[in-house]
Design a protein around this ligand. Sequence first.
Ligand code: GDP
Ligand code: IMO
Ligand code: MG
Length: 433
Amino acid sequence: MPGIILVGTQWGDEGKGKATDLIGTKIDYVARFNGGNNAGHTVVVGNESYALHLLPSGILSPNVIPVIGNGVVIDPEVLFEEVDALEARGVDCSRLLVSDAAHIIAPYHRTLDKVTERFLGKSKIGTTGRGIGPTYADKINRVGIRVHDLFNEKHLRDKVEASLHQKNEILVKIYNRRPVLVDEVTEELLKLGQRLQPYVANTSLVLENALQEGKTVLFEGGQATMLDVDHGTYPFVTSSNPTAGGACTGTGVGPTRINRVIGVAKAYVTRVGAGPFPTELFDEQGEWLRKQGHEFGVTTGRPRRCGWFDAVVARYATRINGLSDIVLTKLDVLTGLKEIPICVAYDVELADGSHKRFDEMPTDQALFNNAKPIYETMPGWTEDISQIHNFEDLPENTQAYVKRLESLSRCRISAIGTGPQRDHIISIHSLID
Ligand code: GDP
Ligand code: IMO
Ligand code: MG
């Protein structure tokens, strides 16, 4: 009864969608466990490119049952837009299962996300503006609305009223906005609930039964380790737990059911939004990576900040997630570079002006903010690697670069992405046995 978790190891956009889709063709269930439509996964199948936000990437594999777990926050309007768009392209979404305990993103959460960011001014997080933070805040504050609340009018009205009680004061008195009307929101959510109902299930039970029957479940994380609300670059993080532990709380499946944890790592690093990023490149090399890697956000279209591979982040991700395997993506993007720097440690200036070397991630964000990369440089390669399917057929310098990343990351690299297509992959160790 194999349970496999797949997480991002950096700041997101590592190519998780492609990795899930690839493994997903061989498994029975793909369950998303955190985040919402802040995620943006591009999956290329043949000549078709799909941009998924809320739906698990497994939706594109006809034999897979896609599941949205209780840890996900659901904007029902976005969910239906995505379902309609996929069905118009011939993708059957009727297999989708949605947890009855997942929290709902209501229109006022989106409003609050945007006004809060504006209010923060220079210190803004650079959120996706999708209402993610305010919805998780309601969940933790115990005034959230869950999927099963949408099926009982009286119950729902009471919940919406309780949730809006304080928010309307804030919207009117602090942000100078109009109050949100309880009746309007209730009507809208009831309507969306009716359409959602056929997909709704006790997904924790469904997944446990599937695992007991020997089926394989892939737990798909949105975002990534460094955006984790506990383990990331707080406060410049998202409001959920994209790390491996989140897979259990976010689906209601116990840790003893998990056999493997796969981390997806880009062969360099990108970040969208604000916050520290030690290896960020501000020069033409950063521009080059952005152009070669098409590093523009799938969700907001923002240019992604680009930098060299950070092995301190990779080691940290190996530890925090208990990684068993790494899928290294976008190695092809580095083709053509004469030399490739890898950050192996940080040099941090302390408060007293002295310097200290950090081989492991400092937890104090004041230290991480001051972290300057210590680089080691590897020779690059010029050969096109996109058609190569065996590791041994890669140019020597490419092999050496991958081996060095593997050793610095303290986790074996089991697959390598050499292009955006499904078959642009080098498999070294099987990801599902
Ligand atoms: P996710 O959020 O982790 O699913 O990643 P995104 O979809 O936001 O960003 C990854 C981008 O890289 C997508 O456009 C993918 O099609 C693309 N991609 C994934 N793997 C590879 C690869 O190995 N090589 C190249 N060139 N592109 C890749
Ligand atoms: P995928 O799944 C990259 C970033 C935002 C912002 C911070 C908080 O495609 O890897 P939020 O809207 O979540 O409150 O924003 O997190 N962020 C992502 N960056 N990829 C993502 O998802 C992201 N989801 C959120 O840019 O800095
Ligand atoms: Mg993405």
